[in-house]
Design a protein around this ligand. Structure first.
Ligand SMILES: [Zn+2]
Length: 241
């Protein structure tokens, strides 16, 4: 990603974008968006960093480790640390037998063992917390204002499970949305669109093939989508932001 100026209003940085606590009271720590371990080294130089309260940051780290490790295991088709695509997942599987066991237990084979390929059932609450954390971070980073409301929906599904029609809608709406809604002149989103840097269609590419996201206004609400490792499609939707 290209280094760009920080457009967000300094006054809005005084509160944790996740819980709303005053950072001057509870202190703050820097949090990478998206989750850093989803990216590969060498990582982009200027990853978005957001100030959040220490309590939120701590609460995310276990969920992020679970999410990244689960994703890696599903893509590898195994909980064996030796065959993981994501290095931090391999480390987590080696160092935490309980995490490995939990993910192993999430794998099941259909009743007809001959032809059924295994499926993996994640801890949905944990996955959603990570998706929401990143979506809030993207929204704040791009628009310069936090979205502290609870979303109306969070979706995380493998891209391959989307029907062709839904896939086209998922991929294309971002392009149309980016053009249909007019970002504020000074916003980072406007900068992306104006310069074309890091853009692919309506998507902002953090690292090619590994992480891209899009924001759009829809019916007065906000929709943040991401595609992770070209495997997982996510969407977080808020009303009336
Ligand atoms: Zn917080």
């Amino acid at each position: 990603m290209e280094e760009t100026e920080d457009y967000s209003d300094i006054r809005l940085k005084s509160w944790c974008i996740h819980c709303g606590d005053s950072l001057s009271k509870v202190g703050w720590t820097e949090d990478h968006v998206p989750t850093k371990s989803l990216l590969q080294k060498p990582r982009p130089h200027h990853l978005p960093v957001i100030k959040v309260c220490p309590a939120c940051n701590n609460s995310f780290s276990k969920d992020e480790q679970y999410f990244v490790t689960f994703l890696s295991c599903v893509m590898a088709g195994s909980t064996d640390p030796e065959v993981q695509f994501i290095p931090s997942a391999a480390r987590a599987l080696r160092s935490s037998p309980s995490l490995r066991a939990a993910i192993e237990n999430a794998r099941s084979v259909g009743p007809n063992r001959e032809d059924a390929s295994p499926t993996w059932s994640p801890d949905v609450a944990r996955v959603h917390r990570v998706i929401l954390k990143n979506a809030r971070g993207h929204a704040f980073f791009e628009r310069g204002e936090p979205v502290t409301d609870a979303p109306v929906s969070i979706i995380a599904v493998p891209l391959s499970t989307l029907s062709e029609q839904v896939r086209v809608w998922f991929e294309r709406e971002a392009v149309q949305g980016a053009l249909a809604s007019w970002p504020e002149a000074g916003s980072r989103l406007m900068h992306h669109i104006a310069t074309g840097h890091d853009m692919l269609g309506g998507w902002i590419v953090v690292q090619p093939e590994l992480y891209r996201y899009s924001l759009e206004k829809e019916d007065g609400g906000l929709v943040v989508r991401s595609v992770i490792w070209n495997y997982l499609a996510t969407e977080v939707r808020w009303m009336d932001t």
